[in-house]
Design a protein around this ligand. Structure first.
Ligand code: ARG
Length: 421
């Protein structure tokens, strides 16, 4: 219930995350019919492309929303959500760059802002009851505004796809209806997620029409070489041209996408226990992570770099599992941020045939020392001190081998290989 002293329902409208698509367009009228409450639509632009925001805003009103707001959150999404993911080289299950998982906490934040502004007690979203996104929306909302209620018309008010189509036709809603929309798609500037349809049969390979952000890597144009400049973990220039985080992602989506970089086809473990087939395209994200990792190899101290791998995995799992606003995620952010102090410099990247490959590294704060590494003249590494180093480093190995000999055990692979009598 609302904590505001609003006596009538229409003073406590439901704030709906509105995409402009069929389900959320129908949800406007459906919520009103089922709950008697008005709906205020909020459309958040996270770089999903497609329709103009003003067109979406007008459609929400045409579908019966009492008010409709649009938020251009593209810069905010790129800077405050994609860049932390880049600094964490975040790939869920080693593959998925968290496209949808990153946008939900941001959309939730804007829903909460609107709800508070207009004194609403309830926010609604168009997610089903089977996926991760419902959890991300609702856990994000409850983390920042525990006083708010959440409503999922699809899950809680039986708004199935067929019901939605019938409703849209019956009410002549200004939205395209088709019963054979083959995929469920979520996209933003960090990438694109495609699921359902014929992909649910795991043996079916994706067809050409699945892909939008990437061209076929089997028929690539000539290799594309570029230089990305990073400052403390964030791309600030491409080929010496200054870029914002959003521009960096957009530019790499274009150039890496043209080379078919960032196609990902996986069986993924959802938070709700279901395994699902997911096809992703994230050319910009994959190319940026490749370059960022390459620069970290040069600039991070060895133990810090090794430990960061564990943090990266946990960070990705937390964000996937709806913990964007959790204390642990915040603590890990602080660690990751601290590691980025010297992640500045340039990486040369070659994009070609589905791959983004680092082919050059330079940094004023790197830990690579040519004179230590070289085998040519100029070598300053004192090889004679390696002898003493190995004596001490190998001490335990020597003790273990001596014990094995004493106890008559096979202690080495050489013993294992000896013929058995
Ligand atoms: N499986 C991905 C995730 O959980 C993608 C979800 C995409 N959402 C959608 N409505 N198609 O992050």
């Amino acid at each position: 219930m609302s904590t505001h002293n609003d006596p009538v329902d229409h003073a406590d409208p439901v704030v709906l995350a509105y995409s402009g698509g069929l389900d959320t367009s129908v949800a406007i009228g459906w919520i009103r019919e089922r709950t008697g409450r008005d709906v205020v639509a909020v459309a958040v632009d996270v770089g999903q492309g497609g329709e103009d925001l003003e067109v979406i805003r007008r459609r929400a009103l045409d579908c019966g929303a009492v008010r409709a707001y649009v938020v251009d959150a593209r810069e905010e999404f790129a800077s405050d959500y994609c860049m932390p993911a880049l600094k964490a080289n975040a790939l869920y299950e080693g593959a998925y760059p968290l496209v949808s998982a990153l946008s939900r906490p941001l959309i939730a934040k804007h829903l909460v802002a609107t709800a508070r502004q207009i004194g609403s007690s309830t926010v609604a979203h168009g997610c089903t009851g089977k996926g991760n996104d419902q959890v991300r929306f609702e856990v994000s909302i409850t983390s920042i505004a525990p006083e708010l209620q959440c409503l999922s018309p699809v899950r809680d008010l039986a708004l199935t796809r067929d019901v939605a189509i019938d409703y849209a036709v019956a009410h002549r809603l200004p939205i395209e209806t088709t019963r054979h929309n083959p995929f469920s798609i979520d996209q933003n500037v960090w990438g694109r997620a495609v699921e359902t349809g014929f992909l649910e049969d795991l043996w079916n390979a994706p067809t050409k029409d699945v892909y939008v952000y990437t061209d076929d890597p089997a028929y690539p144009p000539v290799p594309d070489e570029l230089i990305i400049t990073f400052d403390t973990g964030v791309p600030v220039a491409i080929d010496s041209e200054g870029v914002t985080p959003l521009e960096a992602v957009q530019e790499l989506n274009r150039r890496a996408g043209a080379q078919g970089v960032g196609r990902i086809d996986v069986v993924e473990d959802r938070l709700v226990g279901i395994k699902s087939r997911e096809v992703y395209e994230a050319p910009g994200a994959v190319a940026l992570i490749e370059a960022h990792r390459a620069l970290e190899a040069l600039t991070l101290e060895r133990l810090q770099r090794r430990f960061k791998r564990h943090v990266e995995q946990t960070w990705a799992e937390l964000v996937y599992e709806a913990q964007w606003y959790s204390p642990l995620k915040e603590s890990l952010d602080a660690f990751v941020e601290d590691t980025q102090r010297y992640v500045s410099g340039e990486v040369r990247l070659v994009l070609h045939g589905g791959r983004a490959t680092a082919t050059g590294w330079r940094s004023p704060v790197g830990l690579y020392d040519f004179n230590l590494a070289t085998y040519d003249t100029g070598d300053t590494f004192d090889q004679s001190s390696s002898r003493g180093f190995i004596d001490i480093y190998g001490l335990q190995s020597r003790l273990v081998a001596a014990r094995a000999a004493r106890e008559g055990q096979a202690g080495t692979t050489q013993d294992d290989a000896a013929p058995v009598s």
